[in-house]
Ligand binder design. Structure first.
Ligand SMILES: [Zn+2]
Length: 374
């Protein structure tokens, strides 16, 4: 694959015939609109800013489920939750569905994970498939919501990277999951105090996580043989609808996630087209020159995203289904349907369902194709 052709003529190709390494960072509960590269009013993420200057920044990436396990399973399988089967907390991904770490391990990558969420506990889940090392020592059986984890995550991830980066020709896949933007919120003397209240405390945790992520990113700074992907699993409601948290609704504050992609030969740019979490794994495999399996339902975002519908669902705290098609979004809940024009009403305040029944019917038809059982 001609890597230099992906992003434009100004790129420098990676060293010939060397498969790049992959550093995949997922950050829990990180809203897309609370990071500096998205134009947030606060400088919450100077580390992500530096990465963004060297990356393709996808400003309209959405998750398929507003809670960790379902979303991360989509990131690993390139399938919707209704297809990979992890739609409720105790369920797991069907073992016959290949996951990104397994695919990379089979392709010759040395694989290591540092996780900070009990959602990935290997005793009860199936996220560890394909990893030679699956480090859950950060939380060690304690509820991750009760402890600060980002500093320890970075320490362990740096140890992992330094162990793996030994000059071997075999490429590295390191997955690192940060938890701290998830509540409970802690105060951190090391970062800006944004003030009291839920939203301010949330931003402080983002700044703290970014500070720790920066220490990890420094280890690969300037490397032309490393693909770096940073992605969120879901967003967070901060009282917009009267709730605080996630897995509650399918509004944009819970669905929109950060997505930054830095790769050898990939020209930095801002990509405003709508993209889906399930498109990330085929994109990564393209960058790593690994063939995606036929079970992947997502499409590579390179060289440019192809417009298509985005689907999202939740069965965790409430029932919901949603489809985004172009500028229009239909949300179906137990209470009925809501239609929004995201171009003119990005905060989803003006429900157009009653005024545009024909648009509702067209989007409902799309939803019914995917979610035929509900
Ligand atoms: Zn999460």
């Amino acid at each position: 694959m001609a890597m230099g052709a992906l992003g434009g003529a100004a790129c420098t190709p990676p060293p010939a015939s060397q498969t790049p390494h992959l550093l995949l960072v997922s950050i829990d509960t990180l809203r897309a609109d609370h990071i500096s590269p998205a134009g947030y009013r606060r400088d919450t993420t100077p580390g992500l800013d530096r990465l963004a200057a060297q990356s393709v920044v996808y400003t309209h990436a959405r998750t398929h489920a507003p809670w960790t396990k379902a979303a991360m399973a989509s990131l690993f399988t390139s399938q919707l939750p209704i297809d990979h089967g992890l739609t409720r907390w105790p369920l797991t991904v069907a073992p016959e569905i290949p996951q990104l770490p397994e695919i990379l391990h089979e392709a010759g990558f040395r694989t290591w994970a540092v996780t900070s969420h009990n959602a990935f506990d290997p005793d009860f889940n199936e996220f560890h498939h394909g990893f030679e090392v699956f480090d859950v020592s950060v939380w060690e059986g304690r509820c991750p919501e009760t402890i600060q984890t980002a500093h320890r995550v970075t320490d362990l991830a740096l140890q992992a990277w330094n162990t793996l980066d030994d000059g071997s020709e075999d490429p590295i896949f390191l997955w690192v999951h940060y938890f701290d933007p998830h509540d409970t919120y802690f105060h951190h003397d090391e970062v800006v105090d944004f003030g009291t209240g839920w939203a301010n405390a949330y931003d402080e945790e983002i700044a703290w996580t970014d500070r720790e992520l920066s220490r990890l990113l420094a280890a690969v700074e300037g490397r032309r043989d490393v693909v770096v992907a940073v992605v969120g699993d879901h967003g967070e409601e901060l009282g917009e609808r009267g709730y605080w948290g996630h897995a509650i609704t399918l509004f944009e504050e819970q669905l929109r996630v950060p997505l930054l992609l830095k790769a050898p030969g990939l020209q930095p740019r801002v990509e405003s087209a709508a993209v889906s979490l399930m498109d990330v794994p085929p994109t990564l495999l393209q960058l790593l020159d690994v063939e995606p399996p036929p079970t992947f339902h997502g499409r590579s975002l390179l060289p440019h995203p192809v417009p298509r519908e985005h689907y999202a669902e939740t069965d965790l705290r409430r029932f919901g289904r949603a489809v985004v098609s172009g500028d229009h979004k239909l949300i179906r809940t137990e209470e009925g349907q809501q239609l929004y024009d995201l171009a003119t009403d990005p905060l989803e305040r003006d429900d157009l369902a009653a005024a545009h029944p024909e648009r509702v019917a067209a989007l409902e038809q799309l939803l019914s194709r995917v979610y035929s059982t509900r």
